[in-house]
Design a binder for this molecule. Structure first.
Ligand code: DAH
Length: 335
């Protein structure tokens, strides 16, 4: 009988889970448990011995019940403590990195240009990427047989529309819709059907500007250009102005800026010349004013068209325009 107790106690103390304790309870106190069987066996003894053994067995039974209850508490507490230890949150550990997107460099520069002109009192407008021959060519003084049509190789749609080859058609639409006088810029995506290289892409971005008033001057045009460049590059930029031919302006100019990729030494971006053709501009041709519904004896205008893509390349010193529309995150992550 002493063994019954000491063995039970040893097993209870060694138990580490509530399941262990349940097994022990069944083995000693269950229907066929050792204590239960021993108590049942008392009936075969004579009364004196039966009482004596019965008292001892019942004491052992209570001791086992007490020991089980105590151990159950301990095990339960240990189990909770283990869980708390395992599931503990360490607030000092670094968090998971959050991938954060940002604006494409083209969009960043575009927003700067829009802000700049907005502050100078310009309308900022959007026009169509799918245009017709009239707005893209004819109204801009480029008739069908004009050699200038060859200057811009065009994507035609099956229905006769085309993807605009420049943002200049916006000039006609702006003249026809805005109250005069006005100044406006219209940025947008343009398309050319041509071979691509470091400085040519079939899809790129331009910003067109147009000022219409009773009397305008080239000096005023130039000052607007210098303001835009200083704003985008954050400092004065070295430029040169050359006569340039565009059917929709007279006189027409080309404005070049010092190549910022190579600093003027020569590189693929500037075709080794040290200068990058930057924008075309001039005084709006009377035929274009007429196409826009304006009387050239009453109104004058100046216009410019700048490669926004080129602005981005120069601002960041990128040497290949094809990166811009590549969708390659190895490139865009750098901005
Ligand atoms: N549309 C011309 C081009 O894409 C750029 C241009 C030149 C726009 C002169 C103008 C301008 O408004 O006056 O090459």
């Amino acid at each position: 009988m002493d063994d019954l107790w000491s063995e039970a106690r040893a097993r209870i103390e060694a138990a580490t889970t509530t399941a262990d304790l349940r097994d022990i309870e069944v083995a000693w106190l269950g229907k066929k448990g050792r204590i239960t069987l021993a108590l049942r066996g008392l009936g075969a003894l004579d009364p004196g011995e039966r009482r004596e053994r019965g008292q001892v067995l019942n004491r052992i039974k209570r001791d086992i019940e007490d020991a089980l209850a105590r151990r159950r508490d301990e095990v339960a507490r240990a189990e909770i403590e283990a869980r708390v230890r395992e599931e503990r949150v360490d607030p000092t550990l670094p968090g998971l990195p959050v991938a954060c997107g940002h604006l494409h460099p083209l969009t960043q520069v575009l927003e700067d240009v829009e802000d700049l002109f907005d502050r100078m009192g310009y309308h900022v407008m959007d026009f169509y990427e799918v245009e017709d021959e009239f707005h893209n060519f004819e109204a801009l003084n480029i008739p069908a047989d004009h050699p200038a049509r060859d200057l811009q190789d065009t994507f035609y749609l099956e229905d006769g529309h085309l993807l605009r080859t420049h943002t200049s058609p916006g000039q006609i639409r702006a003249m026809r819709t805005l109250p005069k006088p006005f100044r406006a810029v219209f940025p947008g995506r343009v398309y050319r059907f041509e071979a691509t290289d470091a400085s040519h892409e079939h899809t790129f971005h331009q910003v067109e500007g147009l000022m219409i008033d009773r009397s305008v001057s080239v000096a005023n045009l130039l000052s607007a250009m210098m303001t835009m460049l200083a704003g985008v590059f954050g400092r004065r930029v070295e430029v040169r102005l050359r006569p340039g031919y565009f059917p929709f302006v007279e006189p027409g100019f080309e404005l070049d800026v010092r190549c910022r990729v190579c600093g003027g030494r020569g590189c693929p971006m500037c075709k080794q010349s040290g200068w990058v053709e930057f924008l075309g501009c001039g005084l709006v041709h009377p035929n274009v004013l007429r196409a826009g519904g304006l009387d050239p004896s009453e109104w004058e205008g100046w216009a410019f068209g700048v490669g926004l893509s080129r602005l981005v390349l120069l601002r960041y010193g990128i040497d290949d325009i094809r990166w811009l529309m590549s969708g390659d995150v190895r490139f865009t992550r750098g901005f």
